[in-house]
Design a protein around this ligand. Sequence first.
Ligand code: SF4
Length: 408
Amino acid sequence: PLPVGAALRRPTRPAIVRWGDHVVRVGGDAPVVVQSMTNTDTADAIATAVQVKELAQAGSELVRITVNTPEAAREVPAIREQLDRMNISVPLVGDFHYNGHKLLAQFPECAQALSKYRINPGNMGGGKKRDDNFAQMIEVACRYDKPVRIGVNWGSLDHELMARMMDENGKRAQPWTAQAVMRDALVVSAISNAQRAEELGLSPNAIVLSCKVSHVQDLITVYQDLSARCDYPLHLGLTEAGMGSKGIVASTAALSVLLQQGIGDTIRISLTPEPGGDRRREVQVAQEILQSMGLRAFTPMVVACPGCGRTSSTVFQELANSIQGYLRDQMPVWKNRYPGVESMNVAVMGCVVNGPGESRHADIGISLPGTGEVPSAPVYVDGERTVTLKGDHIAQEFQAIVEQYVQR
Ligand code: SF4
């Protein structure tokens, strides 16, 4: 089906991010790109390569790594080499703050092995020093033909710009709130640095912008403004979104509003991992946001009812979970073998009230028996009731039917 939001995508000029023959387009009419970031020490090349591989296999189309020290910069080519050896072609984005100009100049192999540089103009010193450092990084990007993301952040906003804008605000007949000036300063910082990068020779098709803040309403306002004032592709993300459901809900709330307005060409969901948590969670959440909105499809979706007093057992919840896990696990193989499988819908329902109806709407559905119903589970395929499952092996039998459907 035509993605609902597709017609609304705001036109941007695409930026090309590549590693070898592998090309990721950000912006233009390209699908919204999912990206993520490692949390390993980049100086530990093996651990970082392993995590990049996991994120890429989970569906991250770009992976950002911290490049903060000479030890980290020295290992970037080794990380790239490890990934190439494992046939992982995902482009690597280097995240630079404070010393990026020095690291890129000192380690040309690192500059080459990265596919894109993230530059934070608020973390490059002040005055002429800041201008020189920025120019040095852009010069390296031009030399190696790499795109950059000019990533402005609420927590590291250019102090001089902010002070100047607060000063100008004081002269207004009706001064804005400090919060409004800060939001404006973020947008001005991103756009003015992008224009400077172009003046320094960087192609306008090699620039992506982001203005990250940590509050939902601020993020929406900032990106609406940024989007109205330029046509660079935009990287969306709520920074420091938080842990667990808070981070997921806040990111989803902010990004959904913007994506629905056609704003956003690539997204990252910044979640604080639980101790021992899986970094791939942020990729999964990003994919689920895009798929729930009908903008992209990654994995067959399982529709499951929440259960209620009519639910006779937890079988259907277990079945819904196991089917979702099974579908997700199969995708690395299925997506190459069965094109379009990611758009499939599966329904797992707990009783006769909504079970048959929802199951008919899905490609495959099963309606388990609720309290007081005959203990049997009718299965629907392409809207038709095909078979009724009974007994202790309903989960395995239903899984087999799903697999046969996919193969067929
Ligand atoms: Fe309850 Fe049945 Fe609705 Fe599921 S389908 S929530 S079990 S009424």
